[in-house]
Design a protein around this ligand. Structure first.
Ligand code: 0O2
Length: 212
């Protein structure tokens, strides 16, 4: 059905959306650091969903050529944070923004997926201007700690390797690892104040050394 589809033309607005959002969220981090303040954003990545992944999801969820742009994660941006508490702070930042509209939120932190996946998903409608006119593009922002990201990245590659059917022994290890990752997040949260103080001190030293 999507055989004669002009993919490049279709994906271009998503490429633009991911690019703009990455610049904006990286800019937020820079603003905190310039003020000598702690940034709840550690780093930002983004991707446009691969064609095969779009087609697979379209088949699974019944999207057609006419409804494909309703898919929410063709444009995807990930905001990585150090502590679970930072996720709620980033969420507040997103809710206050005037350059896009949040249409859905999915909390896989308080409602961990059966796979062990934890992350906070925010679906937005992002307006862009193209030479063909104004468009509103769906994008998914995933907010996660470094530990959540480590686990999700590994699980994602294993899923890919095993075509979605991970052997039970590996699955069990992954379940254990998910528990350990959650426990690491909890432990780090307990010494969050100490860590943030040390990082600000270190960043200050680093900045002074850079000026020399
Ligand atoms: P890619 O980057 O396309 O190869 P839903 O509640 O199911 O309607 P949701 O929660 O947004 O919607 O999940 P969906 O649509 O299944 O997945 C969207 C993205 O969330 C995934 O993209 C992953 O990045 C991430 N994700 C969701 N569930 C899991 C999980 O169990 N493990 C991992 N590692 N990631 C997950 P794609 O399509 O997998 O990746």
């Amino acid at each position: 059905m999507l055989m004669s589809f002009n993919w490049e033309e279709f994906l271009d607005p998503y490429v633009q959306t991911v690019g703009e959002l990455k610049i904006k969220f990286r800019g937020v981090r820079k603003q905190y650091l310039k003020k000598g303040a702690y940034s709840p954003i550690e780093f930002v990545t983004g991707r446009v969903k691969r064609r095969d992944s779009i087609l697979k999801k379209a088949r699974k969820r019944g999207y057609t050529r006419d409804t494909i742009s309703e898919m929410e994660d063709i444009a995807g941006v990930r905001v990585m944070v150090q502590f679970v508490e930072d996720i709620w702070e980033v969420l507040e930042l997103l809710r206050k923004r005037s350059d896009f509209k949040i249409i859905e939120e999915r909390d896989y932190i308080n409602n961990q997926k059966v796979s062990g996946y934890r992350s906070y998903h925010v679906v937005i409608q992002y307006p862009i201007d193209t030479i063909d006119g104004f468009r509103v593009i769906n994008a998914e922002i995933q907010i996660r700690t470094l530990a959540m990201n480590f686990w999700a990245t590994i699980e994602h590659s294993l899923n890919y390797k095993y075509g979605g059917v991970i052997p039970s022994a590996v699955k069990e290890r992954l379940t254990n690892a998910a528990r350990e990752a959650a426990s690491l997040d909890a432990e780090m949260s307990l010494i969050r104040g100490e860590i943030q103080e040390a990082q600000l001190l270190f960043d200050g030293l680093q900045a002074r050394a850079d000026l020399k």
